[in-house]
Design a protein around this ligand. Structure first.
Ligand code: HEC
Length: 124
């Protein structure tokens, strides 16, 4: 009887604590695109992964322009059609996925894109 109580309470405790386990999803940090001391955004390691995860399913080579595949993204965007260096906020690559589009940027992603443009839209 005592053994049974121990077994039952062990199971109850396991269910209680196990059942409450959840994955903690840390909030992505939103950088300030106007911070002059902000880190330099890297096109290849910070911008391209956004395109790969959210855009390439439609914007792949030979599909919808701009071609945002890893090897072609920079040359596709290296044009005043997509990047407006005098008014970065008006850049099509920044504004298009803010509205209702196939995919939208998170706040953190949008801030990175804008900062990358403000820093000169480098192929870095
Ligand atoms: C579900 C498919 C789909 C996804 C996902 C998608 N797009 Fe698009 N995108 C389109 C289509 C279709 C067009 C052309 C029609 C239009 O301009 O809305 C387009 C147009 C654009 C244009 C304007 C092209 C031009 O020259 O006028 C830009 C910029 C753009 N997309 C960026 C993005 C970015 C960045 C992402 C990822 C965050 C993305 N799109 C995700 C389908 C998609």
């Amino acid at each position: 009887m005592r053994a049974l109580k121990i077994i039952i309470s062990t199971i109850a405790l396991a269910l209680f604590f196990g059942g409450c386990a959840y994955d903690f999803i840390p909030q992505e940090e939103v950088i300030d695109p106007d911070d002059p001391n902000a880190e330099t955004i890297s096109f290849s390691t910070e911008i391209v992964p956004i395109f790969t995860s959210k855009c390439v399913r439609c914007h792949s080579t030979g599909a919808t322009t701009p071609d945002l595949s890893t090897n072609n993204a920079y040359s596709s965007l290296n044009s005043s059609r997509y990047v407006n260096e005098s008014t970065p906020e008006s850049s099509l690559i920044y504004t298009k996925p803010l509205g209702s589009h196939g995919a939208t940027y998170s706040d953190a992603e949008a801030a990175k894109i804008l900062l990358w443009i403000k820093q000169g839209a480098q192929d870095n």
